[in-house]
Design a protein around this ligand. Structure first.
Ligand code: UD1
Ligand code: CA
Length: 473
């Protein structure tokens, strides 16, 4: 049974302090938007309905919501009127009589567990309103929790409206609340704009309920970092750092080695199996999956890629690539979208591969470009081979069989097919198919002009060396 009739997410503010052309709640940490993190924390609550108040950059925010949370509804707040005003709009035509949770779209570190604990506390106390609070070492910028002589919650005062004495309070308002719906709706109708920001503050609802003799209570979080809000880029970085630490710690607990947490950045969406070893300076982004006992890094970026068990990927950048079991990639390899390396493939330094399948046990060890190709198994691509896939207008395919030996510095001009077991001579420009077992050779025959240096480069060190060799004869 769902415990909540409604969850309201306030996300209409401009986020002026971000100094960004993008809506604040669309900024990302750990590969997910701030709003996405908040909605993720709401999911275990199984609210009957979710309403998100949008305003600034409403089209972008609405489109984003349609992708990440298609069941939530948006409510438009055309002009900023304060958090109380935004909540009022969200409750128009709402007839539920149960519990309503209100939170902001800019507190990405909140967890579902803390929200569940808050709801449980609210329900067991029977309060009209329960505020999630935290004790901060530095409370500046947040609304302060003011308690009465018996230490009960009395009111919330915004920093801009607080007296010097009130500002000393370390307990702050997280901006997350659970209310009894009818009490909230009644109290919202009594809000005024008599404050420093000339806005309807949702926080004033607490003092209104209290003055009517209703029970209001504060629920203190264990982990104060969970309620950190993002108002500027510095806070965005702080929350990103804390989220990353949380992800790394969970992975280490599950059996992943992370040598240097400080320089390793892992998105919430990554899936990493046991005994994976991650060296410093690595980033694991998007829907990347890494199989058992793989070694990643140092300085490796994996984006939406799939790495097989026991593979080693170091000093490399891989995007939308599949890397087979026990394959080796790097140093300095660039795998682009559509690359599929089968098991035990080896790809080495300064190699770029795009939209190509490399068969099991094959090697592309040095200085090559492979594009739009299918390579069989146990084949070797010599150093500095280029798959010439683009004729200036269209892309063409290269097909290479099993056990092929492509000589160093070959140009394979697509479309072209090299049969099983075939060879190409080093330095060839291969424009015709090479049948199975044949040697393809396509280059001018070498001729030596004897004595050329002595005649044409008189007085140089080269001529001197050549003359000395002549003398020795
Ligand atoms: C708010 C609280 C403060 C609390 C802090 C926690 C109020 C008056 N203050 O302050 O007590 O400590 O959050 O992070 O509630 N929004 C709208 N429409 C509006 C105004 C705001 O949708 O008209 C949204 C914003 O987009 C944001 C959230 O409400 O997601 C909070 O607004 P913000 O301006 O960031 O409030 P704070 O000053 O942080
Ligand atoms: Ca805020």
């Amino acid at each position: 049974m769902s415990k909540l009739d409604l969850a309201i997410v306030l996300a209409a503010g401009e986020g002026t302090r971000m100094k960004s052309s993008r809506a604040k709640v669309l900024h990302e940490i750990a590969g997910r938007s701030l709003l996405g993190h908040v909605l993720h924390a709401l999911s275990p609550l199984e609210a009957k309905e979710i309403r998100v108040v949008v305003g600034a950059a409403k089209d972008e925010v609405t489109n984003h919501l349609a992708q990440i949370s298609p069941n939530s509804k948006t409510v438009l707040q055309e002009v900023r009127g304060g958090t109380g005003h935004a909540t009022k709009l969200a409750l128009q035509d709402f007839s539920g009589t149960g519990a309503v949770l209100v939170c902001a779209g800019d507190t990405p570190l909140l967890t579902g567990q803390t929200l569940l604990n808050l709801i449980t506390a609210h329900q067991s106390s029977g309060a009209s309103a329960t505020v999630l609070t935290a004790e901060m070492l530095d409370p500046s910028g947040y609304g302060r929790i003011i308690r009465d002589a018996s230490n009960n919650l009395a009111q919330i005062v915004e920093e801009k409206d607080a007296s010097e004495q009130q500002k000393q309070t370390l307990e702050i308002n997280s901006g997350v609340y659970v209310f009894s719906a009818p009490d909230l709706i009644a109290a919202l109708s009594k809000l005024t704009v008599n404050n420093a920001q000339k806005e309807e503050y949702l926080t004033d609802v607490i003092a209104i309920l209290k003055s009517e003799g209703k029970l209001v209570s504060a629920f203190l979080t264990e982990d104060y970092t969970e309620v950190f809000g993002v108002n500027d880029r510095e806070q965005l970085a702080t929350c990103g750092f804390l989220m990353n630490a949380r992800i790394c710690e969970a992975l280490m607990k599950s059996g992943v080695t992370i040598v240097d947490q400080m320089s390793t950045w892992i998105d919430v969406t990554a899936e990493i199996e046991v005994d994976v070893h991650i060296e410093p300076g690595s980033a694991i982004k998007g829907n990347t999956k890494i199989g058992k006992s793989a070694v990643i890094g140092p300085r490796t970026t994996l984006v939406d890629s799939n790495v097989g068990a026991e593979a080693k990927v170091f000093e490399s950048h891989c995007q939308e690539a599949v890397i087979g079991k026990a394959a080796q990639v790097g140093p300095y390899t660039h795998l682009r979208s559509g690359t599929v390396l089968s098991d035990q493939v080896r790809v080495g330094s300064f190699v770029e591969i795009k939209n190509s399948l490399v068969g099991s046990g094959s090697k592309v060890p040095h200085l090559s470009y492979v594009g739009d190709a299918t390579i069989g198994s146990e084949t070797n691509i010599g150093a500095a081979t280029v798959f010439v896939n683009y004729d200036g207008v269209d892309k063409h395919k290269t097909v290479i069989g099993d056990h092929v030996r492509i000589g160093s510095d070959s140009m394979l001009v697509a479309p072209v097919t090299i049969g099983d077991g075939a060879y190409t001579a080093a330095g060839s420009v291969i424009t015709e198919n090479v049948p199975a077992g044949a040697l393809g050779i396509a280059r001018a025959k070498q001729s030596n002009i004897l004595g050329w240096v002595l005649k044409k480069r008189k007085g140089t060190k080269s001529a001197e060396a050549a003359a000395k060799k002549e003398g020795e004869k």
